[in-house]
Every structure is written in C-alpha cells, then in structure tokens.
Design a protein. Structure first.
Length: 678
C-alpha cells in the first residue's frame, strides 16, 4: 500500500485491544507504546534478528531530527510508520520503508524558557490511540495530533492554575481511553501530580496529587489526608510544593485494573528543611497504584522514606510474572535512583525483596517490612559528604528491559558521585550568589560539591536476576549515562552507549556480538518491529539529558538522528560535528579582584549547563572555557536578550548587572589562565 494509506490506517487501529493483542501474539510485530506493552517490558518476541545473525546488521537508513539537544525518545512504530520526538518536544512521523519524513510538528515551545526544567529540554516520546498522536510539550501542554497529517486536534495546558516551574519531558500513556501525563519540576519547588484526559476530546477526567498541599485548606482526597500526617507542617512544605513529581514512569495491569505511578524526590531536597521533625513524607520516592478509571489511590510502597538525596522512584517499572518459592507471582520490578533493585507484589504493594545493584552509602539493606536500614551518616548534612548514589541516580530514566526467557532485567546502572551539604541559609525562592542555579529557580536546600567527590563515576550494564536478587553478568563502560535497553526473543540485548556505539549482547551470557558507531553518545532506548516481513532495529540518538549538558564521552556531537538497522543494510553514516575543545580562551581583559565574586555568580547562574570553564569538557551546551575570546568579551550580548535565546539561553536582563557580567568574565578567563599548562 502507499505510504499515505499506510499512514492513515496505521495509528487508527491502535487502542487498548491492539496493544494487548500485539503483546499477546507470538511475535510483537509493532511497537505501539513507550515501553512496547502495558507491562513496559521492552521485551520483543521477534527473533528474525538473533544471536546467530546479528553480526550482519547494517544501517538501512538514518533520519536527521534537526535537533542539537538531548534525544531521549523511544520510537513508536505501527505498520511501518514511526512516530518519534526530538528535543523541544518536536514530533516526527517517518516512513520506515524509506526513512523519509511524512510530517513533523513543532509545538513552538518558547526556547528562552528552557531553564524552567532541570535536566535538558528533552522529550521521551509519544503515545498513540485511535488515529491520534499525543505529545507532552516541555511548557506543560498536552497536545493531540492527527496521526495521518500531524495537524493539531486538541491541546490542554496541564499546568494551568498551578504555581511553580513545571515542565513535561515524559511520554504520555493511554490507559482505557485516557491520556495519562505527569510533570517535572521538583528541583524548583512544585507539587507533583498526575492527570488523565479523555483521549478523544481532551476533557480532564481526574487528577491525583502525589504530596499534600497546605493543610489549612481541604485535602483533595483521603490519600492526601493520610499523607499529610507524615509531613511536619512547621517546615511549610507547601511553599516549595513538596515535590514528588511523576515525570517519567507509568505501567498498567488491565487484569488487576491498576495503573502504577513512579513518584519523585522531595522539594526541597533537604528533609529537615522540608519537614523539620522528620516523617516519611508520603508519597515521595514511591510506587503508587491508582484506579485508572477514577484516579483514586489504591496502595503505595515507599522505597525512600523521608527522601534527603533526590532519590526519585520515577525510573522504569516493569510488570513481570515470576516464580518465587515455587509460587507464580505477579510482581513489579524496579531499580530506582537509590541503588536497590525492588521486587514488589503488584496486586497489593507488599514488599517482597530489595538488594543493592551498585555500592551505596545511605543504607545497608531493607528489613522484612520493606523499610531501609539507613546508615546514620547519610543524613548528617552539616558537613560535606559524598552521596552514593548521587542525585544523578544509580539508574536514571534510561529504560530497563526484562526478558522472560532469561529471567533477567537489563539495566543501565551508574554512579556519578556528588558531594552534598545542607545550605544552612536556604529560604524558598531566594536567589543568592554561590547557591547552585538559584538564580534560575533551583530550590534544593543543598550546597552541591561542597568538596570534590572522592569516588569516581562509572557506568555499567547490569543483567540482574530478580529472583535470586543478584547480578548474572555485567559490562563496564568508560562513562556513566548510557542508553536504555531492549531485549528480544533472539536472545539479544541492545544498548546504546555514552561513548557513541550501539551494541548487541548475548542476553544469557553478556558476550558482545555486534557493535556499530553512532557518531555521538546514545541515551534513548532502541525499539524493534517488523515491516513487510523484515525485522528492523531503530534507535534515536542525540547526546544530552541532565548529565549530557556539560559532560560527554565522544568527540562528535549532533545532529539528533534516528538510525534504523536491518540484516544486510548498507546505508552510509551521516557526518557529525567535532566538539570544540582545542584552545582555552585567551586574552580577555579582566580585573583579578573580580574573580571571587565571579565564581559565586557563575555557580548560581551558569555552571549547571556550561560546566566549569576548561575543566569540564562541555556536552550539548558549550563549555565557556573553550570559546573564542570575542565571545567572552561580548558576553553581555549573549546574556542579555541575546541570539542564543533561540537555542535555549535564558535572558538574564534584570538578574545580572553590567558589573556582575564583568565578574563572570573575570572568572571564566581567570580559570582558563589558572589551568593553562605552563
Ligand atoms: N530528567 C533527566 C534527563 O532527562 O536526563 C534526568 C533527571 C530528570 C533527573 O535526574 C531528575 O532528578 C529529574 N527530576 C525531575 C523532577 O524532579 O521533577 C524532572 C526530570 C525531568 O523532567 O526530566 C528529571
């Protein structure tokens, strides 16, 4: 059939029955939902590409996403039509038979507002339902598009009426005809919530808040009244929102009629600032089961009670059926930021087991009731201490997969040590020099990197046996922040890496079977599907996400690209641009007396994206230590309503004076001069 006809029919057939039938079939020919199926397994039953012939994989085509920031989307593919997103929430529909664009949709997010999210202007993908494509735009809009044309059908502002710096980066899901979407913002001071909209009309059906609001006002429901008992009101947590943002992970069990929400960290980070007398602070750092029809709370299991370390539980949740002690059990598998692998009974939320999958220094384990046994020093934030895992997590959003044939979960594990200490003078929404990112609204209540961390960062692909709660095999990488995983009935695991490769492993043994260069670092997860009897593997590539802003492990960057591989493919790789890191900036005139003030201003305004000049390498945002002198000399023209605002640079007009900018210049040139090899 013609591409246009295929395009019109492809997404029209997708609904709950379609997603379930695709998963139930012997082969999963399509990839109709973010995690492939409602269980978010990322296990494809396709085996045409397998451990025997994977060495013959070659590039079938590549597609330029015209994106220079992080690309985190899993492509959805139905009947050979691909729907994928790039940075700034731009949607592309591609004919996988040719690799040609069918349409693209740019929601025109105001780029000067990129700073309203913590972690790069990313988007993890779309949802499909009955002829519509749903995307959550970075600025908080949920948009329904006609799948055949890319034209907007409806649009809702999901953050209307809420105060705070909300963004959307996650992929929507559609459960029972309702589009489910959360949001991000817990690093800035927001109150997290999940909303369901009618897929046809966009009418709001329900909203569930993750944490309680001001207890002087009526609670929205019983779950909030109960949660409020676990917060100390003397901390006025509602001013900074409390956090708990559900910014990534959802799953759905149609038989149990339960949907699962992975919830985020506390806002602010420091427990004793938020809730001075302690308390678990429900429902932070939890897996929460809701009734998808009503949004009513059913049960929760809290993985990090009284979060103090940015330990989100938003990481991918997988619904699996395993045999434990001779009994078939319906479980939920979860490896959140806090470094423990959890097996939870998904029928009732009862804790089954937890075991750390990397070294951690905040808890020794979990007791039989599912409470962590904490190491006391982990909450003593009066002096600087390494947090392991740090706020980047032992596992971040990079999706994990689970292969029922091997019984193993494949998870991109890591540690990026960060040194934390309480910010004693922290007050909500108060900007002060030296407070990380405070000028742009960060409200962490923590001094970050009070001292350089002692341990080294690492990245590792971990194949985890959830029944034995131990690693079956693992592969070490040169860098943290590697891509999500895909596993298949062909006994394969695919993963992209931070150092710019797509690799296939033997799912049972971990033996490397194939790899190909991707030009730049990969963070997203691959997908696989059948078109006209042939199996393809696709991955969207574009270095970025929070770690990728200022760090990298390749020499080349962007553009964001979709690669599609097939046995016998012979297409040519596109060209990538060399990162610039040849010469340290030289010759900018500055007053050495201003370096100290410049350091404090740089820390609160610039460091999070641009890194330390000449020390960090620069990620998808340039490191200012390697710019031409002319750029630094004219810094005011970029900082105040400059041309870079169209690429995501905030406007610092009214926030930084001319004298402040002179101090920042002094810091940049002073640092470059100080580290220049003699
Ligand atoms: N997003 C990324 C990314 O896309 O690389 C990494 C992170 C986020 C984090 O490590 C976060 O802690 C995080 N937190 C929130 C939040 O607290 O609301 C939101 C997001 C996001 O929306 O991307 C991230």
């Amino acid at each position: 059939s013609s591409p246009a006809a295929a395009q019109a029919s492809a997404a029209r057939q997708v609904n709950g029955d379609f997603i379930r039938a695709n998963a139930a079939e012997k082969k999963t020919p399509d990839w109709p939902s973010y995690g492939l199926d409602y269980a978010e397994s990322r296990f494809s039953k396709l085996d045409q590409v397998n451990a025997g012939n994977v060495k013959q994989l070659g590039l079938a085509w590549s597609y330029n996403l015209e994106s220079t920031r992080g690309v985190e989307a899993t492509p959805l593919v139905v009947d050979g039509i691909m729907y994928v997103t790039a940075s700034w929430s731009v949607v592309h529909a591609i004919d996988t038979r040719t690799g040609q664009k069918l349409w693209s949709f740019d929601p025109q997010v105001d780029k000067s507002k990129g700073f309203r999210g913590c972690c790069d202007v990313v988007n993890r993908g779309v949802a499909l339902h009955e002829g519509k494509v749903y995307v959550g735009a970075y600025d908080g809009r949920l948009i329904a598009l006609d799948a055949a044309t890319g034209q907007k059908v409806w649009e809702k502002n999901t953050i209307e009426g809420q105060k705070g710096s909300y963004t959307i980066t996650g992929a929507p899901r559609v459960f029972k005809g309702k589009v489910i979407i959360g949001n991000g913002g817990a690093e800035y001071g927001v109150r997290g919530y999940v909303t369901a909209y009618d897929a046809k009309t966009g009418e709001q059906k329900w909203r569930w808040f993750v944490v309680p609001g001001d207890p002087a006002k009526p609670f929205e429901d019983e779950s909030m009244a109960r949660a409020a008992k676990t917060w100390d009101p003397s901390g006025k947590y509602w001013e900074a929102g409390g956090g708990g943002t559900a910014w990534d992970s959802f799953a759905f069990d149609p038989e149990l009629n339960l949907m699962y929400v992975g919830t985020g960290n506390g806002s602010p980070w420091a427990h004793r600032k938020r809730s001075p007398k302690g308390g678990d602070n429900l429902y932070l750092g939890s897996v929460v089961a809701l009734n998808p029809d009503t949004g009513k709370y059913v049960w929760h299991y809290q993985e990090t009670p009284g979060d103090n370390w940015d330990y989100t539980s938003t990481q991918s949740m997988i619904l699996a059926n395993v045999t434990l002690g001779g009994k078939a059990r319906k479980v939920l598998l979860h490896a959140p930021k806090n470094g423990f692998f959890f097996v939870i009974d998904r029928t009732n939320g009862k804790f089954i087991s937890a075991k750390n999958f990397v070294d951690v220094n905040w808890a020794t384990g979990y007791d039989k009731n599912g409470r962590p046994v904490e190491i006391a020093a982990a909450r003593q934030n009066d002096k600087p201490g390494d947090s392991i895992p740090g706020p980047f997590g032992a596992h971040n959003w990079h999706p994990m997969s689970f292969n029922p044939q091997t019984g193993l979960a494949y998870l991109p594990a890591q540690n990026i040590p960060v040194n934390l200490m309480d910010d004693k003078d922290w007050k909500f929404d108060q900007n002060a020099p030296g407070r990380p990112h405070a000028a742009l609204g960060w409200n962490t209540a923590m001094a970050i990197n009070a001292e350089p961390p002692k341990s080294k960062p690492f990245g590792r692909l971990v194949a985890w046996d959830p029944v034995a709660q131990k690693e079956a095999w693992g592969v070490d990488y040169v860098s943290p922040w590697n891509g999500g995983t895909l596993t298949t009935a062909g006994n394969l695991v695919f993963q992209g890496t931070a150092d710019g490769r797509l690799v296939a492993y033997n799912a049972k043994t971990g033996e490397k079977l194939w790899e190909t260069a991707t030009g730049t670092g990969v963070v997203a997860a691959p997908a696989t599907y059948m078109v006209d009897g042939k199996q393809y593997v696709s991955v969207a590539v574009g270095w970025g996400g929070v770690y990728g802003l200022a760090q990298r492990a390749t020499e080349r960057q962007g553009p964001g690209t979709v690669y599609t591989f097939a046995v016998g493919g012979t297409a040519k790789m596109p060209d990538f641009v060399q990162y610039r890191m040849d010469k340290l900036v030289q010759g900018v005139k500055y007053d050495p007396a201003k370096v100290q003030a410049g350091t404090m201003l740089y820390v609160s305004n610039c460091v999070f994206c641009h890194g330390v000049p000449g020390v960090d390498r620069g990620g998808n945002i340039p490191n200012l230590g390697y710019m031409d002198a002319a750029y630094i000399e004219n810094l005011d023209k970029f900082i105040l309503k400059g041309p870079a605002m169209a690429r995501g640079m905030p406007d610092f007009t009214g926030k930084l004076s001319g004298d402040d900018i002179e101090s920042i210049k002094a810091f940049i040139q002073g640092t470059a001069d100080a580290i220049r090899p003699k």
